[in-house]
Write a protein that binds this ligand. Structure first.
Ligand SMILES: NC(=O)c1ccc[n+]([C@@H]2O[C@H](COP(=O)([O-])OP(=O)(O)OC[C@H]3O[C@@H](n4cnc5c(N)ncnc54)[C@H](O)[C@@H]3O)[C@@H](O)[C@H]2O)c1
Length: 268
């Protein structure tokens, strides 16, 4: 370990179980010397195993539905009290599509479901940024990261309306990131991660076939949740202070591939 986050304070959204990208990131942040608050939606805290992670990382849990400004205000205020000051890093690791859950095809969604999924997966990031911004909660040169997927740029049919949600999320990172940079020297980025076997990932139709395809297409293979945690730590550290407004691909090279030998072999 390198003490990359020694003395830094953070808020980590979205650790549901040990497969979650946020769970692995919390473990790595702890190893690197950070102190943080863990948060998730109340229903997910009841279903999940967050207590185990909290004990392991000496963290407190504050429930918050990330679509509720009131919950987020309470979260940010209490986090600053618990951590004894402003926040250095925030991870938004939240996603959910009701249409995907209810097997509604992209071509025939239930628009109430569309709106709910958009609120949870994309607008929640705007709300998190809004509350941090107006409470002046981020320390100068802090770092905020949200997780996204390449379906924001290219067609992956089974990703359904999450593709649109991720495009919106990435745009928020740029648009709000401008104000955070200008006013607080805080950076805002999204990490575009490989398919990863988590609760959210496994919910996507055809996930098993797709993760194998992606593995064979990427020169370095898929990036795991643990790899993603490492990359996220680098973005929280002081070694990446001038990286902002970016969508950063963390995918073993997948996003720049046309075709690989391993895929071609299957068609020859
Ligand atoms: N798994 C993949 O293949 C993959 C690939 C690229 C990007 N991502 C993104 O990574 C992020 C983390 O997902 P994951 O794969 O670790 O899955 P996960 O299921 O472990 O995490 C998703 C989290 O979102 C939380 N959440 C849902 N609704 C919420 C709400 N209203 N308020 C607060 N939290 C809420 C859930 O409780 C859960 O902890 C998501 O943004 C996801 O889209 C995942």
């Amino acid at each position: 370990m390198y003490n990359l986050l020694k003395g830094k304070k953070g808020i980590i959204f979205g650790a549901l179980n040990e497969n979650s990208i946020a769970w692995k990131t919390a473990e790595r942040a702890f190893e690197e010397g950070a102190e943080f608050v863990l948060t998730n939606a109340p229903a997910s805290i009841r279903m999940g195993e967050l207590d185990v992670l909290a004990k392991k990382t000496n963290a407190q849990i504050i429930p918050a539905d990330a679509t509720s400004i009131e919950d987020l205000e309470n979260l940010v205020e209490k986090s600053m009290e618990i951590l004894g000051g402003k926040i250095d890093f925030v991870l938004h690791s939240i996603g959910m599509s009701v249409n995907v859950r209810k097997n509604k095809p992209y071509t025939d969604p239930n628009y109430n479901f569309t709106q709910k999924g958009w609120d949870v997966s994309a607008v929640s990031f705007h709300k998190v940024l809004n509350v941090l911004y107006h409470k002046k909660a981020m320390k100068d040169w802090g770092s905020i990261v949200a997780l996204t997927y390449m379906a924001a740029q290219r067609v992956f049919p089974d990703y359904n309306d999450m593709a649109d949600n991720k495009a919106y999320l990435e745009s928020i990172a740029r648009s709000f990131g401008y104000y955070f940079g200008r006013d607080f020297k805080v950076r805002v980025n999204t990490i575009s991660q490989s398919p990863t076997p988590t609760t959210a990932g496994n919910g996507v139709k055809g996930f098993d076939g797709f993760i194998n395809f992606s593995e064979k297409m990427s020169p370095l293979g898929n990036a795991s949740a643990a790899d993603c945690a490492d990359y996220t730590i680098s973005l929280f550290s002081d070694l990446t202070k001038k990286v902002t407004l970016q969508n950063l691909f963390h995918d073993g090279g997948f996003s720049n591939m046309g075709v690989s030998d391993a895929i071609m072999e299957k068609f020859e």
